[in-house]
Design a protein around this ligand. Structure first.
Ligand SMILES: [Zn+2]
Length: 137
């Protein structure tokens, strides 16, 4: 027996069930679940392995992943005032929250990148400050 997610309420239901015991949604749950395989689960090569997909969904750390993505973008946009700072702030925030969830692999990476972002930011500010100090000396 495999567990699938109800397309109506999102609760986990047996794939043998005719309808969802939670909300009574009667459509073919198996077919709709295969169609609704999340895009981010690209490493799952065989969609028919529903149990495997569900295990991955349960173990995903959305907050940590978001923190990682924000931190990564902040790295590329660290030279952009304000926009880079906003990205960095969200990257650090989500990574930090993600550290308390499982799995925290991406959250840890996002947190480290956020710290690197901060070092780059300080280096840029120091560089600009040194430039102005040189001009007005
Ligand atoms: Zn349901």
């Amino acid at each position: 027996m495999a567990l699938i997610n109800c397309t109506e309420c999102g609760k986990q239901v047996s794939d043998k069930a005719k309808k969802c015991p939670n909300c009574g949604h009667p459509s073919n749950l198996r077919m709709t679940t295969v169609r609704q395989t999340p895009v981010r689960e690209t490493f799952v090569r065989q969609p028919q392995q529903q149990t495997q997909i569900i295990v991955n969904q349960q173990n995903s750390n959305g907050t940590g992943t978001a923190g990682f993505v924000f931190a990564l973008f902040a790295l590329f946009f660290s030279w952009t005032p304000v926009f880079g700072w906003i990205l960095w702030f969200f990257g650090l925030l989500f990574s930090f929250i993600g550290l308390f969830k499982s799995p925290r692999g991406l959250a840890v990476v996002g947190f480290i990148i956020s710290i690197i972002d901060l070092i780059i930011l300080f280096a840029l500010v120091a560089g600009v400050a040194a430039l102005f100090a040189g001009i007005f000396a």
